[in-house]
Design a protein around this ligand. Sequence first.
Ligand SMILES: C[S@@+](CC[C@H](N)C(=O)[O-])C[C@H]1O[C@@H](n2cnc3c(N)ncnc32)[C@H](O)[C@@H]1O
Length: 271
Amino acid sequence: MVNMNQNEELNVSFDSSSLKNEFDSVSRKIRILFWEVPLYDILMGFWERRVNTDILDMADGISEKDEIIELGSGTGQLSCLIAKKYPNSNLLCVDFSARMSELTHERLNNQFKSQSQRCSSKKKFKVLNMDCFELDESSCKYDLLVSTFLFDLQSSMQIRKLLLICERLLKDDGRILVATLDASPSDSTLPKFCKSYFNLTKQIYEKFHSSATVRKIFMSSLGYYTHCRPISINKYLSDIPSLQLLGVKYSTIRVLGIPLLWVKITEIGRR
Ligand SMILES: C[S@@+](CC[C@H](N)C(=O)[O-])C[C@H]1O[C@@H](n2cnc3c(N)ncnc32)[C@H](O)[C@@H]1O
């Protein structure tokens, strides 16, 4: 069910098991010439690459022994970039789709092909197939928590809950980096025509997102429909006094080099 609220943010609600099934389904591999590629990477992941490199730039300052957690790691694109950039940090990837978790694991293993790297990587990364709403306070504390396109899948209530979970997972001086489709493309450095352009593309995306017909076509042909919708993460952040906004960077989802959707990378810390 989808409808629009006053803040111009689409409301979403679906049960977690059907969402999990959709991600299991879209992570199946399909053959393209000599390669087997997860369907998700063709539909979504490929276009999200720039966001992954941009979020990684914001993660600068991580020290060798830091503990990193990624929530909703999907096919493991960002996980691999993190593991490559910070080979001596411990990385935990969490995803509730069993197939997505397998892909992350496979990708991380493949990345560390040489014998010596494989030995050390085994100690350095772990993939947990679990719902991140079930992560509890007894879990380890992290220096860095990253998450791309997970918050914008969740309902308003779940976003608040997820931010509180993230807060509990953080060390005192830990940082959260969250990438979301942005409901209010308002970067002050952007020229006016760019803002108007991204507002327009956002509105078109939201029209498609809430169209029952488009959804039906996607579901019947692919068994998956993108549930991410633009959100205003600041709105939720202001409800949690123990967290503060540290910084913002903007990025885009690009298709064939053309920027189509505005993405906000938000850096959050403890107050
Ligand atoms: C839109 S995809 C993004 C994947 C990846 N971060 C990327 O940017 O390519 C969202 C991912 O989060 C996972 N996910 C959704 N809800 C989750 C939850 N409650 N707990 C753990 N993983 C979840 C899905 O299985 C999926 O792999």
